[in-house]
Design a binder for this molecule. Structure first.
Ligand code: ADP
Ligand code: MG
Length: 618
């Protein structure tokens, strides 16, 4: 047997009304969108020569009547006859917008429709106990029609009162939704969703004086709340830098000027326009800030774009408009929607192309902006494989003198002096110039180049880069004694014997007994390495840093382990060994303190004791 599933309207209707939208306020977006569609349709019909009477000024009027407790949305669009109300309104989920687009798809120019599902109108019942439609169609000899419904499945149609073409939707606001009778609330919703709709929206009036003295007359005019031609809907070739900057100001008042921007404009394989600005990325960027607004045919949809825009892109500011991202949809739908993936891929490409172009055509400008781009590019490389592939050609690194290099140039620079015995290029870096001064100076003395990589993102970024680059290792400047850091084959003779070395080690260990995070070692290093140096294994430190940024914990709450390296090739070690036994300890302590001091690890009581000790020497 075959059959049709039947839906009982009385049961399903309340579900449609209540749960179609998670957000009640969008009812106004839906009704104004319908008014925009109606206006666009009559404009389109006029353009196609199918409507030859006076078009007049097209606008939408939103009004509150406090006495009647109503909110009305009035348009001068194409209107509806009683038959059409029956067809479009009484048949839930039949979209007139879709039908219109289908009918005229070859003839439409720039008019696009917002509606798609034929459900938006019913969102009015989320806030209204009764809704009426008063409409006069543009068609010759059309009669005004009136429709009224209290939210049940029953409706009434009778003769309407409109004398001018268009539609008036009146919402009798329910008692539990009285906020929608407040000017400020309605204004807020209009500002949020309707700011860039293509038809002027009037809400409230403004009075101004014209003329001087006795001649002066007061003129009252409606306030237009929207900008009908936002820049993303215009051609890039017709826009100046100032237009872009002004628009940024409209979107994000009181923000610092953006660095530059990309104008998105694609028709294929989907329709998408938008403008994304690169802000100056501050050291403490917050990728959770919602600074990208998503529109569909100039109607605001959301500014929480997590599922639609990849993480790193959310550092950008601006707007994306795609009619392919439908209005009334749930987040999970968006995630699985193939269009969204394509959109993401497209924007990623646009961004990397823009950066590559700047890098190529304006290297000086690119370098100037690098400080502000650095984080964005690194974040992008970490989170988007496609972006990373492109970015490896244009990311820059900065050496101890502030000089910038692209990666190819930098690898060349260090290849002669900083290749270890296994053929790995060792990239040295520091995170904190003040704390790592001693090691930096030692490296400079050996003509090594050192990069500044001090941001919390850097440990992640270099880990990621090491996986992509061949035979390149990053080592922080204090991860090993300077003459061991490049890992050459040379052997440095120790000045003391093995037995003596063991004795020194034990003495220093005894001294540091209390501190379980210090591991004492002996090693014959060059003369430029202090008698005692404190280092921290690169791998351990990186793990630690990544944990600090919220990565996974590999060591639980283990303290940061440091190596205390005794340089057995240093004459001072030998000298202390030759001192009378009872004087030695003070010197060992002194050397350990100096080592701690140069690592910024000497603090509090210990530091104070050291200072006293130093003063007593004078
Ligand atoms: P959609 O906009 O997705 O088509 P709606 O439920 O919002 O669905 O509206 C259903 C239909 O009712 C519209 O497609 C349109 O044909 C008609 N309609 C709604 N509002 C108006 C209006 N203000 N003027 C003319 N027609 C309207
Ligand atoms: Mg609609």
């Amino acid at each position: 047997m075959k059959g049709n599933i039947s839906v009982n309207t009385e049961n399903i209707f309340p579900i449609i009304k209540k749960s179609l939208y998670s957000n009640q306020e969008v009812f106004l977006r839906e009704l104004v969108s319908n008014a925009v569609d109606a206006s666009q349709k009559i404009r389109a019909l006029a353009n196609m020569g199918q409507f030859s009477k006076e078009l007049g000024e097209l606008f939408i009027d939103v009004k509150i009547d406090h006495d009647a407790k109503t909110l009305t949305i009035m348009d001068r669009g194409l209107g509806m006859t009683a038959d059409e109300i029956n067809k479009y309104i009484n048949q839930v989920a039949f979209s007139g917008a879709t039908e219109f687009m289908e009918t005229y798809k070859d003839k439409l120019k720039e008019e696009t429709m917002i509606g798609a599902f034929g459900l938006g109108f019913y969102s009015a019942f989320m806030v209204a106990s009764k809704v009426t439609i008063d409409s006069l169609s543009y068609q010759d000899e059309a009669q005004p029609a009136f429709w009224s419904c209290d939210g049940s499945t029953e409706f009434e149609i009778s003769e309407g009162t409109r004398t001018e073409r268009g539609t008036t939707i009146t919402l009798h606001i329910s008692e539990d939704a009285e906020e929608y009778l407040q000017e400020s609330r309605i204004n807020e919703i209009l500002q949020k969703y309707c700011l860039f709709l293509p038809v002027p929206i009037h809400f409230g009036t403004e009075t101004r004086k014209e003329g001087e003295g006795d001649e002066a007359v007061e003129i009252t005019e409606p306030v237009i709340i929207n900008q009908t031609k936002p820049i993303w809907s215009q051609k890039p070739s017709e826009l100046t830098d100032e237009d872009y900057l002004n628009f940024y100001e409209v979107l994000f008042p009181f923000h610092e000027k953006p660095l530059f921007w990309i104008h998105l404009n694609v028709d294929f394989p989907f329709n998408l326009t938008g403008v994304l600005y690169f802000p100056k990325f501050k050291a403490d960027f917050d990728p959770n800030k919602n600074k990208i607004r998503l529109f569909s045919n100039q109607v605001f949809i959301t500014d929480s774009v997590e599922e639609i825009v990849p993480d790193f892109m959310r550092l950008l500011h601006g707007v994306i408009d795609s009619p392919d991202i439908p209005l009334n949809v749930s987040r999970s739908f968006l995630q699985t929607d193939g269009n969204v993936k394509k959109i993401t891929a497209h924007i990623t490409k646009k961004i990397s192309d823009k950066l590559a172009e700047l890098f190529k055509n304006d290297r000086a400008g690119f370098e100037e902006k690098w400080a502000d781009l650095d984080l964005f590019v690194k974040y992008g490389m970490l989170t988007e494989e496609k972006f990373s592939e492109k970015a490896k050609d244009f990311f820059l690194v900065k050496d101890q003198d502030g000089k910038l290099y692209d990666w190819t140039a930098y690898e060349n620079l260090i290849s002669a002096n900083q290749t270890d015995k296994d053929g790995n290029k060792i990239v040295l870096y520091f995170a904190n110039r003040d704390q790592q001064t001693a090691a930096i100076e030692q490296a400079i003395a050996r003509s090594y180049s050192i990069l500044e990589l001090g941001h919390a993102i850097d440990p992640h970024w270099i880990g990621n880069l090491e996986q992509k680059l061949e035979k390149v290792r990053f080592k922080r400047i204090d991860s090993e004694p300077i003459d061991k850091i490049i890992g050459k084959d040379e052997v440095i003779p120790s000045l003391i014997g093995e037995e003596e070395a063991k004795t020194v080690k034990e003495k220093v260990e005894k001294l540091l007994e209390e501190d379980k995070s210090l591991v004492v070692k002996t090693e014959a290093c060059g003369l430029d390495v202090h008698p005692i140096t404190i280092t921290m294994n690169e791998f351990m430190r990186r793990m630690h840093d990544m944990e600090a940024l919220g990565g996974k914990s590999m060591f639980g709450n283990m303290p940061m382990m440091h190596d205390v390296v005794i340089n057995t090739a240093h004459p001072l070690i030998k000298k202390i060994m030759e001192m009378p036994e009872e004087n030695q300890n003070e010197s060992w302590k002194y050397l350990v303190d100096v080592a701690k001091l140069s690592q910024g690890m000497l603090r509090g009581k210990e530091l104070n004791q050291f200072i006293q000790h130093a003063l007593n020497k004078i």
